[in-house]
Design a protein around this ligand. Sequence first.
Ligand SMILES: CSC[C@@H](O)[C@@H](O)C(=O)COP(=O)(O)O
Length: 386
Amino acid sequence: MSLRAIQYEKGALYILDQLLLPAQSKYLQVKGVEDGWKVINKMQVRGAPAIAIVGCLSLAVQLCDEKYENKKELRQDIEGKLNFLVSSRPTAVNMKIATEELITLANELCNDESVAIDTMKARFISTIEAMLDKDIADNTAIGDHGAHEILAHFPGDTMLRVLTHCNTGSLATAGYGTALGVIRSLFASKRLVSEKSRQFEFVLCFSFSLLCSCLHFRTCILHRDKTLQSGARLTAYELVHDKIPSTLIVDSMVAALMKLRNISAVVVGADRVNNVAANGDTANKIGTYQIAVLAKFHNVPFYVAAPFTSIDAKIPSGDHIIIEERPDREMTHIGEHRIAAKGISCWNPAFDVTPALLIAGIITELGVFKPSELAVPLARSQNIIG
Ligand SMILES: CSC[C@@H](O)[C@@H](O)C(=O)COP(=O)(O)O
């Protein structure tokens, strides 16, 4: 059973505090939108789908306790609280898309005279609650489509090595994960386990290799604080928990890795996939772009795994994605200990944008598409949701 980092039962929401991982596994109660905003902004919960789900569930929790005079008052309160939640982190689009859909729903319920206030509240809350199950179902589908796509390029008994970046697993979603979901599905596939690979595992202590590009070391002097060591702290934690053999590397090793080891594919997640004018540029954790460039150079297929809730149909290109900048302290300190020379200035963007031309395919819950082919399945996904 993979981790459940978001635990919800009618009116009660708990999240696994990701800032404490892997040393401590402690759940925090989220009592309403103020708490929801704080846990997202402080990155106690992170990852694009998880941000949206926790944000929306924090609203559901609060609505359970609030009393309203009339539907208009309820509608206004919903809109204000959702817009507040969107401001918690700017790059991932999932919370913004969820907000637009939920405001549309609140307007419809408010304008429908056959719907009483209690029914409006109950329908609104149950729509939010459904996000949890839908995300897990989407991720399982993403995992299977992605594994199928990658395996199709290799004969049955070939041992695969997949490189991923950041954390896209159960900690970043309602469960199973996106890019990490593909890796879970690959792991579950019997085609990967062969006599040959077992022998290889035993001799080289490699196992069938998942290589996580992890710590965010950059420009050779810098180390990020724990909010961003998401590979080492979070992905490694999930893989160890699920007993999926894997190897940790740091970002600066990717070129050497691709030259010296036979990497089958790269699979990463997304905070926002732009889909206007058949674009497909993708924002993801800082360092993703350089991995995509290196993958192109070494002829390694580079995939993005993301649900349609991460696809933004509104901005003209990836250049318009707002990139969140994090505090200097993440680069200058390890815990309380300063490692950078006092007086040095820092640039600390949390994300970068990978141009669509470097992406072999976007792995979604509806299948794998070229970045330029997303428009039709996006419309289909909106009909399914709507
Ligand atoms: C399924 S999670 C996809 C992305 O959100 C993930 O790759 C990522 O970049 C997370 O960034 P974070 O800053 O940890 O929220």
